[in-house]
Write a protein that binds this ligand. Structure first.
Ligand code: SF4
Length: 226
């Protein structure tokens, strides 16, 4: 696990404060009205944009309203309903198998623990963290997606590449009551400012606190692109 010097601790606290100021409205961008909808949307979001998932779930959630609805659905129909999110056969199969377990073992409800959630088909630690943090307000871990991984490295918060190790570093550095929010801040910043190939360092709200680890000529590239 990463050890902090007093200097890096100060820098890290400034990064957190600056992200909070930049994105006070940050939230989960997957549309959902209850834990089951968020669980299904998060499974669908693998290798797919939230925007596309939200288009698909707008109709999906009208047709399938409970875990039992997914459990008893025609798999072929479910596949068609989620087709445009990609990897649709696997996603439909996982959603159905996951919902059958919800019906059989959890009274049709989404469980509230990491252990129970990660027993469900198609649910890894990341998906479980999304559901626990956003549907139940439980900060049990930090969601590490591609944006969180990239930003954490650029900001010098981790040297790791494995999501589980990145999460361990972030859990040691960020106050637990901010774990869910922190991943939203990084995801929002990654989408709006610090893109993988073209980080907008000159326009960046947290640039004075960012060591830009691994970012080469970001300012020059960004200026040329404007
Ligand atoms: S300064 Fe550049 S690399 Fe650092 S967070 Fe901002 S956009 Fe990303």
């Amino acid at each position: 696990m990463r050890r902090e010097t007093a200097q890096t601790k100060t820098a890290r606290l400034k990064i957190i404060a600056a992200l909070d100021r930049a994105y006070p409205e940050a939230h989960c961008e997957l549309a959902h009205a209850d834990p089951l909808q968020l669980l299904v949307a998060t499974i669908l979001s693998a290798q797919c944009t939230d925007k596309r998932v939200n288009i698909v779930t707008k109709e999906l959630f009208k047709k399938y309203r409970s875990a039992a609805d997914y459990a008893n659905a025609s798999l072929a129909e479910l596949e068609q309903a989620v087709k445009t999110t990609g990897f649709f056969r696997n996603k439909a199969k996982n959603i159905q198998a996951c919902c059958r377990k919800l019906v059989e073992h959890h009274g049709d409800k989404v469980p509230r623990t990491m252990e129970e959630l990660t027993q469900l088909d198609g649910v890894g630690r990341k998906t479980a963290n999304v559901v626990l943090g956003n549907a139940f307000g439980i900060n049990i871990g930090v969601v590490v997606d591609t944006h969180v991984a990239r930003l954490s490295q650029r900001l010098g918060l981790t040297k790791q590449h494995d999501p589980v190790k990145i999460e361990q570093d972030l859990m040691a550095l960020v106050p637990q009551n901010q774990w869910t929010l922190f991943s939203h801040w990084l995801i929002w910043h990654g989408r709006r400012r610090c893109a993988a190939r073209k980080p907008d360092c000159p326009g960046c709200e947290i640039s004075k606190h960012c060591p830009r680890i691994g970012v080469k000529n970001a300012g020059i590239a960004s200026n040329l692109e404007r």
